[in-house]
Design a protein. Structure first.
Length: 238
């Protein structure tokens, strides 16, 4: 993997966090994914799992196994951080699997997008322009989090960047498409939330009965397709 500098922070007695930076950037995401891949290929004694994010990788481990291991260092943090620091200089033996490109139909505005007009007004553009800009981009799934299946998407046009709502809603419906800062995302479940809701998809983003419960996974590419209410209802019924 590239010799990408990172910092390692103590998180708890069972975890450390590796930080590559503090921005939303594909370069950092690639570095996170490379280290994640290497770690799963070459796990240290006591390794449990990882949680990748935009620019960090949190590594969980069993402290009893780590402390009894032959890894150099005094204490779990020293042992694990030393192993990770050495690992970054090694080359990958395989490349991360490429993501899929998935088209997400969205019915914008009206009852499906109660904040669409507010987003348009805040940027002094028309509603049609917001829809055009939002559906013209190709997005990358940076991570899944917040609730199961919630995909954080990068690549949104900067002209649509809008802060979260000052007061979150008590309930945002499953399928709601929202904007928060420079990100866009899709709520997979009915849940409270403070994102600016501009539309809704009829697709089921999370289904525990599916082989892969989350429709999207990190690394996938997403394209939004604007649809009308009739198409929405037909897809929902189908």
């Amino acid at each position: 993997m590239p010799n990408k500098a990172f910092k390692i922070y103590y998180l708890s007695e069972t975890a450390v966090t590796v930080e590559f930076g503090q921005q939303i950037a594909e370069e950092l995401l690639n570095a996170v994914n490379s280290l994640n891949l290497l770690l799963h290929q070459q796990p240290f004694p006591g390794f449990n799992t990882t949680v990748p994010a935009y620019s960090t990788l949190t590594v969980f481990y069993d402290p009893v196994i780590v402390i009894k291991s032959d890894l150099p260092g005094a204490g779990c943090f020293a042992k694990v951080s030393g192993y990770l620091d050495d690992l970054k200089f090694q080359k990958k033996t395989a490349k991360p699997a490429g993501g899929d490109t998935i088209t997400i139909p969205v019915c914008y505005g009206g009852g499906f997008g109660p904040d669409l007009e507010e987003v348009a007004d805040s940027h002094h553009i028309g509603i049609a322009e917001v829809i055009k800009l939002h559906s013209a981009a190709t997005y990358k799934v940076y991570m899944i989090g917040f609730v199961p299946g919630f995909a954080y998407l990068g690549g949104m046009d900067e002209r649509l960047a809008t802060p979260r709502k000052a007061t979150p809603r008590k309930l945002v419906p499953a399928g709601a498409v929202g904007i928060a800062g420079q990100q866009t995302g899709i709520y997979p479940l009915d849940t409270p939330g403070g994102w600016q809701i501009i539309g809704q998809t009829p697709l089921k983003m999370f289904d525990r009965d599916r082989g892969q419960p989350s429709l999207l996974k990190a690394g996938d590419m997403v394209v939004f397709k604007a649809i009308d209410i009739q198409e929405f209802n037909e897809l929902l019924a189908g």
